[in-house]
Design a binder for this molecule. Structure first.
Ligand code: GNU
Length: 320
């Protein structure tokens, strides 16, 4: 039987389906009519949240596939059931473990030999543009580049999705670090607050990601999610919040130099975060380049104009 039997739609395996972005990709895969498979890792143990999420995916029509990263053959068997593999294993949490798991997944994809498209766990800044990144946060990008090299060396067809700033981490908190909720009276402004970033609703990341899997225009390309209305500076975000809540926040500006100096008192994860924020809000690394030939890039909202992506004033309303 043809693998992609649903109106020529590829069969999808999501690895990391219970994670923060993975769950959105499972949802979008089902919504867009793909036979959807979700890896159920042996190691899941007593993580009741993940177990119950997997069972809800099954109720929604997904197939749960047993597999373990300590059992290569189980991965090969899972991969042989589908056409497309999407990895959303997060690096922010178990960093180096994540790298090894992705390399094992690539080995299994190579051996299975049937995969038409592999989407590795990207979904942030474009790591190919972060060669200058500050330590220790640079590890995030170095690892993603190791994964990319392995994919390209193995000649596995790929799509890299650069999803920019997840709204849950950067919008509700007006891009403040150490919090996920809006500040009450004062807000730290990075520099003059006029550097442009790109903010994405996580469900839209899922929708756009799934649109790319069967599209020849995204084969061996980097797909940047940069919808025009979501290209915003921190000050524009703050102003949206002030308009919604009819309040005024006290703004405290911090120079790039002083912001980087905050690293001194922090642990490694905190220092990585400072570095990531610095690149985004002082260097403008998400918007300081054209998307096109030289970065093998395509832009999602241009490819898929039918997607009504969530604007950030709408996203902010839930916090008011
Ligand atoms: C930022 C964070 C938020 C950290 C990327 C500390 C890699 C990327 C936009 O590591 O998970 O407060 O692209 O106190 O490619 C962390 C990640 C966010 C920073 C997001 C990141 C963005 C990493 C914090 C905090 C909200």
């Amino acid at each position: 039987m043809l693998k992609s039997d649903k109106m020529g739609k590829s069969k999808i395996l999501i690895v990391g389906g219970t994670g923060y972005i993975g769950r959105r990709i499972v949802k979008a895969s089902l919504a867009q009519g793909h036979e959807t498979y979700v890896l159920k890792r042996q190691e899941i143990g007593l993580d009741i949240e993940k177990i119950q999420m997997l069972l809800s995916f099954k109720e929604q029509g997904a197939h749960l596939v047993d597999g373990s990263f300590s059992d290569h053959q189980s991965l090969v068997n899972a991969i042989k059931q589908v056409d497309v593999v999407i990895s959303t294993m997060s690096g922010v949490h178990f960093r180096s473990h994540n790298l090894l798991m992705q390399l094992k997944l690539i080995e299994a994809i190579k051996e299975a030999g049937n995969i038409k498209r592999f989407l590795p766990s990207e979904f942030g800044m474009d790591p190919a543009r972060m060669d200058h990144a500050l330590p220790p946060g640079r590890e995030t990008f170095d690892e993603k580049m190791i994964v990319r090299k392995a994919i390209e060396y193995a000649k596995i067809p790929y799509t890299y999705v650069s999803a920019n700033c997840f709204a849950g981490y950067f919008v509700g908190n007006l891009s403040q670090m150490g919090s996920l909720l809006p500040p009450k009276d004062k807000v730290l402004v990075y520099g003059d607050g006029n550097v442009k970033a790109v903010y994405m609703d996580e469900d839209d990341v899922g929708t756009y990601t799934m649109k790319t899997v069967d599209d020849h225009r995204t084969l061996n390309k980097t797909v940047y999610l940069r919808p025009p209305n979501n290209i915003l500076s921190q000050m524009e975000l703050i102003e949206k919040w002030e308009n919604i809540t009819n309040t005024k926040l006290e703004k405290n500006n911090i120079s790039g130099h002083d912001f980087l100096a905050l690293m001194k008192g922090m642990d490694k994860a905190g220092q990585a975060g400072i570095g990531h924020f610095y690149h985004i809000f002082y260097e403008g690394c998400l918007t300081n380049f054209e998307i096109g030939e030289d970065n093998n890039g395509v832009e999602a909202s241009e490819l898929y104009p039918e997607v009504q992506y969530t604007r950030m004033d709408t996203y902010l309303k839930r916090y008011a």
